[in-house]
Design a protein around this ligand. Structure first.
Ligand code: LRH
Ligand code: MN
Length: 404
């Protein structure tokens, strides 16, 4: 537990360094991190889905768990839904249930990867009737957005091929552009289409939306309501994701994130658990983007979403820990002295520039986050509060649908 004295000392030290602590705190209190319904339910790999006692079994229980995460962190008022995983008879009732829990429905994610007909693709499938089926699902999701009050349609396509010669890359591009154009035209004026790219899996030779360049080429042709979504697990090893983020920001085409972490491929592990420095450097691009008038409008509308599957770890604790890791990365990024950094960069002073950035990363921000949570009327350690709370007992009473 952070003590009053530790917090006071931390503030004194940062104050002496000229850090504007009030604006740093204000920014941290304004964070909005959207959690995914699918992060609260049972999930796994192709090898095994380990069922957990207390795991949410339906969209309503998933909203209840998301509300607990928001109650403890104060920064998770939105929940992303996935259709048909979260299909219900009455989407208006789902919306009202969320509102009663102090939540809003965030991004609506179509599912164009689990239907039998989509083996060779969905919007890019060689057969017109399958493409039409996929388009209808997208249009159904646009209707669901209106019923649940969502302004984001978040599209990830598994579409691709497994062998050279299997299909025509350029023909598939045209199918995809036609479909996205049809969907774009029925989006509500304030709504956005976020296009999520991924290098591979489940397709293992080519993926139709494989990287940020392909995604932005569609988004630019579609219009202002179309932007790119960056999932941290969707790049080749060694990719400089912070550079992609800066580029998309500069183009005004960065729409959102799927925060998670990976050691090897699309592992969907807890964000910040494997590569906290990478996450910090991404946060730094966003913070400097917010502070630059040329990119502040785009940076201010970026949707921060978590996209993880908690295969072995307790799901609500994992979600809380992930939110805390994102807060930690942004708190450190907000401590980078932007003015001094730009001076060092302009002077070509590599050592100073690197040490200013690394110095902020090496700063212990736990006292700052404890202070922010206190001022938000929250427990200074949400993870501890959850472990010692009553909600954890209530979910363990949920009926267990164990083996099989
Ligand atoms: C694909 C993905 C996509 C979701 C799914 C749950 O790998 O990142 O964002 O639809 O995970
Ligand atoms: Mn994703």
């Amino acid at each position: 537990m952070m003590t009053e004295d530790e917090i006071k000392l931390w503030v004194k030290v940062q104050d002496s360094k000229g850090v504007d602590i009030e604006s740093v705190k204000t920014r941290l209190k304004a964070m909005v991190i959207e959690t995914p319904t699918w992060g609260y339910g049972d999930s796994g790999t192709r090898f095994k889905v380990f069922k957990q006692q207390g795991a949410a079994q339906n969209p309503y229980e998933k909203l209840e768990d998301a509300a607990e995460v928001h109650r403890l962190t104060g920064v998770c008022p939105k929940v992303a839904v996935h259709i048909p995983w979260d299909k219900v008879d009455d989407y208006g009732a789902l919306r009202r249930y969320a509102l009663d829990l102090g939540l809003r429905i965030g991004a609506v994610n179509p599912n164009l990867f689990q239907d039998e007909d989509y083996a060779l693709g969905s919007l890019c499938h060689p057969r017109p009737e399958v493409r039409q089926k996929a388009r209808s699902h997208m249009l159904e999701c646009v209707e669901i957005m209106k019923k649940v009050g969502s302004s984001i349609l978040s599209l990830w396509l598994a579409d691709g091929t497994n062998y050279p010669g299997q299909d025509d890359f350029r023909k598939r591009r045209h199918y995809l552009m036609d479909a996205l154009t049809e969907v774009y035209q029925v989006l509500a004026p304030e709504a956005r289409l976020l296009i999520e790219y991924k290098m591979f899996e489940p397709a293992f030779y080519h993926t139709d939306l494989a990287d940020w360049g392909m995604a932005i080429s569609y988004a630019e042709k579609l219009g202002n309501k179309a932007q790119v979504l960056v999932d941290l697990g969707h790049h080749a090893q060694g990719t400089n994701v912070a550079h992609i983020v800066a580029t998309l920001l500069d183009e005004g085409k960065l729409g959102g994130f799927h925060f998670n972490n990976r050691k090897y491929a699309d592992d969907d592990l807890m964000v910040g658990a494997i590569a906290p420095y990478e996450l910090f450097l991404i946060a730094l691009e966003l913070v400097s983007g917010e502070q630059d008038p040329a990119t502040s409008e785009c940076a201010g509308r970026v949707s921060y979403m978590i996209d993880q599957s908690h295969n072995i770890e307790p799901k609500i604790s994992a979600m809380i820990r992930s939110v805390m890791n994102i807060q930690t990365a942004f708190a450190k990024a907000l401590l980078v002295p932007q003015g001094e950094l730009r001076q060092a960069q302009a002077a070509g002073d590599v050592i100073t520039a690197e040490s200013l950035v690394k110095g902020a990363f090496e700063t212990d921000v736990r006292p700052l986050l404890a202070l922010v949570r206190k001022e938000m009327g929250l427990h200074t350690d949400p993870l501890k509060a959850y472990a010692e709370g009553t909600y954890i007992k209530t979910i363990l009473a949920r009926e267990f649908r164990g083996q099989g």
